[in-house]
Design a protein around this ligand. Sequence first.
Ligand code: SIN
Length: 531
Amino acid sequence: MSIYNSDFLIIGSGIAGLSLAAKLAEIGSVNIITKRDIATSSTNLAQGGIAAVMDKSDSFDLHIKDTLKTGYGLSNPEIVKNAIKSAPKRIEELIALGVNFSKKGKKLDLGIEGGHSKRRVLHATDMTGKEIEAKLIKKCSANKNIRIYENHIAIDLLLKCHASSCKPSKNQCAGAYALDNANQVHNFLANKTILASGGASKVYLYTSNGDEITGDGMAMAFRAGLKLVNMEFVQFHPTCLYHPKVKSFLISEAVRGEGGILRLKNGEAFMRKYSPDKELASRDIVARAIDNELKKSGNECVYLDITHLKSDFIKKRFPTIYGKCLKHGINILKEPIPVVPAAHFFCGGIEVDSNSKTKIKNLFAVGEVSHTGLHGANRLASNSLLEGAVFAHKAYLSIKKDLVRKPLAKHSKSETWNSGNARPSDEAVMITHNWAEIRTLMWNYVGIVRSDKRLERAESRMKIISDEILKYYWDFFLTRDLLELRNIACIAQQIIRSAQLRKESRGLHYTIDYPKKSSHYAKNTTVDRYI
Ligand code: SIN
């Protein structure tokens, strides 16, 4: 076991983690731990773009209005206002880093996606996240104050007090335990720890996210006693590629923004039955419409058709989607793309204040892992990269201000990891079986359309699975798969509990037992380990 010391520890390497690392490196040493290689993150997969008011025909008021409308009454208006007004500054910083957003002539080429009343989505063709991630990696890798530890998965937070009786407000974070590729546990000590580990969409059988998105940060925070807010609001992206050989490939919402039409197998364009905004209705509406059509017809997918657009335009605007589909035998210039909805984004997460501070001293959470109040019950397309950049900056300012009052102290001592009587795993099938069972039951019972009965079934099955995992966790040596399984099980249970608390349908939470929105539930749901 090794002990690594730094002023700041950042867990995760997407836009939130890396942009914060680049800023914090100006005032101290930064260790970044990331589960795979540095570029593996949800940011890297983000196709559509980043929303900001960058044109005279647009206004902050309109972007605020669109965000609040999409959030179905649960976004925090002050947070929304603040985030949207600071967006252009964060975009300028990205451009200064070298991010090459697509242009039309000399002007930024602004795209449009569902729920936006104006063209305001900055993009780098259809690989915006990859372009941002690459420039952030370049910046961080060149900084002597930043050390990057790849292939390290965080296990749990290093806390002053681990007892369940210790309330978060009385606790302090001193870093985290992490497991490396050789299954060795290390202590990463830091004065400030920042969770930037993304969402938890891997809890579901079908997802647009990478394999690494297993809710680790949320689960660690939950175990440390923090509240998780609005976990029932899981966003299902309406259009992931449906192909037996391709896992988790998104067909960007920008495709619908540029005129893509959703059709049934018989060619019928069906979105007009569900919303006057048709294909550009918000994601919850489009995903539910597709789900409904699939359940009615028994078909396996619907189709996204852009064959009416000019070939040159498609190839230039969507080179990645065009190339990927062609590689798998679908020529999107000539035939519609088979698509299905898939889990994409968590609007809920760790409770934080307006500076992304948690209730545990010296612990922050930024980006998808946190609940900032920006998204409410549904997220407006392309507001997620924005949230990462905006709240990383707020956390940076808050940390910097704190340091003026109280300079950084080094932690010299920490509790070493104790494996107790653990022995090598003898039944790894428990891991693969439960992993598959959780993801299937979450898809079938806690997916796009829910009911009391489905949630009850999910709850009772999850109880059995979780007990089994807990026992295994203490009896056997740690492996990455076991840690991830423990985390998805924890998050699955919190989604179920949160969904059971909301006896209405609002935004991304739809239940056939309470199909209407109710003013009684116009509030956030919270779950923690004490209730
Ligand atoms: C997309 O390109 O459709 C994804 C962008 C987002 O989730 O906001």
